[in-house]
Design a protein around this ligand. Structure first.
Ligand code: SOE
Length: 396
């Protein structure tokens, strides 16, 4: 093994799927475009399938490929453990890594249940006292247009917020013959749209508004209750082989209203069966002084409405968030040249490396992600009870 220079930050990635590739790209790219205080070294990637792990290592430049995550997280030549596995393994990997003194980046949702998330957040708090940091990967926070929205809200652009309207619409399960994957298995994913994509909306909404959801009223629905066990996987979906079918044990769609402690009223919708909507992660905020609207399908844009504008020319303006004055953009291309999905992950790495160098809390912390988990839990309870209003349970 080579001796690291003191400025290196040696990373171990666990997981080789869609997120494993997105994070590999981020670790590989961040230092090329941003001036990082420490240079990421792609030390080792771990995955259960040896061939797939080797392939990912070769493509992205990981120095080693391993099949046992336990052997990786305690290594002396690793500083950061990046967890990109399904939710059922987040807790054991994160706890082992934090106990071994490694900084942790963990994909969202933080865990499959509140108790798991609580144990992870407690371990992260304890690790923090030893200078070890933990961050949860709600990567959309790093989309420049959303980061700009957050700046504007914090500066008072919207004034008091009355409405939060969030939708996360995908369609990769519209076909009833799309095959069963781990994302449709409650024992592995914990939940369906709720943890997978509504989690993003809840995180974005609480982060953007700087307020917390206090109660919810929810409905969950599973439209397709069994799917082909085998078949061809294409992207997130694909086509079954016409053979045996197995049960879908998670929700296909979630809808809920929410109250925020800042006084706003929230309406949330998440589905993976919105035919034609590929990745429409949308949020709109209406305040007394103005509104802001974002749609990931137009990710380089932010719509803004300023109620203080001259009444004759009032209207929503479409801002191209592609200028050097916008968050993260100065590091990329000349003005007007957009960026894409992978860049949110790159920005996430940039912010984590900076936090590690500064010794400050990364955002979101495991505590922030635990709070999202509590909201998701309240949504599930409300949907099961069919109760009109379910408080989000938080310790005093
Ligand atoms: C699948 O719905 C998924 O890959 C999510 O798991 C990601 O968090 C989101 O960014 C894109 O869609």
């Amino acid at each position: 093994m080579s001796r690291p220079s003191t400025s290196e930050l040696r990373v171990a990635l666990v997981g080789t799927g869609f997120m494993g590739r997105a994070h590999s790209h981020a670790w590989r790219t961040a230092g090329a475009f941003f001036d990082l205080p420490r240079r990421p070294r792609l030390q080792v990637v771990a995955g259960r399938d040896a061939g797939r792990t080797r392939d990912l290592a070769d493509r992205f430049g990981w120095h080693e490929a391993q099949t046992d995550w336990r052997a990786v997280v305690e290594r002396d030549d690793v500083d950061v453990v990046d967890i990109c596995t399904p939710g059922d393994t987040h807790e054991p990997i994160a706890l082992a890594a934090l106990a071994a003194g490694k900084h942790v980046l963990c994909e969202k949702p933080l865990a499959n249940s509140v108790p798991e998330a609580e144990r992870m957040a407690a371990a992260a708090r304890d690790a923090r006292t030893r200078g070890v940091l933990a961050m949860c990967g709600f990567s959309y926070r790093r989309t420049p247009a959303l980061a700009l929205a957050r700046q504007l809200v914090a500066e008072g652009f919207t004034g008091e917020i009355r409405h939060v309207r969030a939708q996360y619409l995908q369609d990769w399960l519209s076909d009833p013959d799309a095959p069963l994957t781990w994302r449709l298995d409650a024992t592995r994913a914990g939940s369906g749209t709720l943890g997978d994509i509504a989690a993003h909306s809840v995180d974005t909404a609480q982060w953007l508004t700087g307020s917390r959801i206090t109660d919810v009223s929810a409905v969950l629905r599973t439209f397709v209750t069994d799917r082909p066990v085998g078949g061809e996987h294409v992207g997130l979906g694909g086509r079954g082989d016409g053979g045996e079918r197995g049960p879908v044990t998670v929700d296909d769609a979630a809808a809920f209203t929410a109250s925020f402690d800042g006084g706003a009223l929230g309406v949330f919708e998440a589905t993976r069966l919105a035919t034609g909507r590929r990745n429409a992660n949308r949020i709109e905020i209406d305040g007394e002084l103005g509104s802001i609207a974002f749609d990931y399908e137009r990710s380089n844009e932010l719509e803004v409405y300023d109620a203080r504008d001259d009444a004759r020319t009032q209207g929503f303006r479409r801002v191209q968030v592609t200028e050097p004055v916008h968050p993260y953009m100065a590091a990329w291309w000349p003005a007007g040249h957009g960026i894409g999905y992978e860049h949110g992950f790159t920005h996430q790495v940039v912010d984590l490396v900076q936090a590690i160098a500064d010794g400050t809390d990364p955002s979101p912390t495991f505590d922030d992600a635990l709070d999202v988990q509590r909201v998701l839990h309240a949504v599930a309870v409300s949907a099961a009870d069919r109760s009109a209003r379910t408080p989000v349970a938080r310790p005093d």
